[in-house]
Design a protein around this ligand. Structure first.
Ligand code: MEV
Length: 304
């Protein structure tokens, strides 16, 4: 049996602005997806999640991942079963699809004796997301492959935020494609206004990078809250996300923002260790899910 795991991620700054080439800071987190690869007598590739087992053809991300490994490896992938488990909430803006794709590619490459460098695995992961979604930024697949904290799109590794982080999940999901489209329409209609917002988000990412290097987390949180307000100005927040942000700020967080495309999904906040239990409890009292998370320095891990 071969096992591969890969992490999810949060954006500390810059989602949506990164679509227009502005800097963004993303951080891999210690919520991971695990893919176990078993040999099987059945032809083809089958996937088990919980008790259900189904053909890979029914699962677009995994199906494209298998196809791409076949293309790159020049050999058919068959007679295997993949078992998937995850601690990453799915469709919530935490990079769950990137994590399952990267872990699947890692497990298959190892299992079929293909020596695929990490850079190439990250590119393949991005290609799979692009094929399934139509468009995707390389952020999620890069972070799932390499772990760490990065400024994108230049892909420079930064110090991780060594303080407590808590993710709050509204349990509602937004469509990344629709939200990116909505921001594009707003930008086309009011370029002077929206470009100004994008430039401010870019400035926050650059200030954030300096604060991360200095380890000034309460100031970092303050800037994340400004980023959140700018995402609100772009129209991607929701009453549930606003409620979570107000809840965690009331419970003592340094700062909080949407992470990902918005329209539902999650917020992330930075918090002093001593206040993190209070923040988690406050989120749970609203009936949302809370995940205390830490930066993950490891990306894809494969064990034979
Ligand atoms: C979605 O998680 C983040 C966006 O910036 C889109 C992307 O970068 O692909 C909204």
């Amino acid at each position: 049996m071969i096992q591969a795991t890969a992490p999810g991620k949060v954006y500390l700054f810059g989602e949506h602005a990164v679509v227009y080439g502005r800097p963004a800071i993303a951080c891999a987190i210690d919520l991971r997806t695990r893919v176990r690869l078993f040999s099987s007598k059945r032809e083809g590739v089958h996937v088990g999640r919980g008790r259900a087992v189904e053909s890979v053809h029914r699962l677009p991300y995994l199906n494209e991942a298998v196809r791409l490994v076949e293309e790159v490896g020049g050999q058919p992938i068959s007679n295997v079963k993949l078992k998937i488990t995850t601690s990453i909430p799915t469709g919530a803006g935490l990079g769950s699809s990137a994590a399952v794709v990267v872990a699947t590619i890692g497990a298959l490459a190892y299992g079929f004796g293909l020596d695929i460098p990490r850079e190439k695995i990250a590119k393949m992961g991005h290609e799979v997301e692009r094929r399934v979604q139509g468009s995707a930024s390389p952020t999620d697949t890069h972070l799932s492959t390499f772990g760490g904290t990065y400024i994108m799109p230049e892909r420079r590794r930064l110090n991780p935020p060594m303080c407590s982080m808590v993710v709050g999940d509204t349990r509602k999901s937004g469509s990344t494609r629709a939200l990116v489209g909505m921001v594009r329409e707003l930008k086309e209609r009011y370029p002077a206004v929206v470009d100004g917002i994008m430039d401010s988000i870019a400035a926050l990412s650059l200030e954030g990078r300096a604060l991360l290097e200095k380890g000034e987390f309460s100031e970092l949180g303050r800037l994340m809250s400004i980023n959140h307000s700018l995402l609100g100005a772009l129209g991607v927040s929701t009453p549930e996300l606003e409620r979570l942000v107000h809840t965690v700020m009331g419970a003592g967080a340094y700062g909080a923002k949407i992470t990902g495309a918005g329209g539902g999904g999650c917020i992330v906040c930075l918090v002093d260790e001593k206040d993190s239990v209070e923040v988690v409890d406050a989120i749970r009292r609203t009936k949302a899910r809370a995940y205390p998370v830490h930066p993950a320095e490891d990306g894809l891990r494969v064990e034979g």
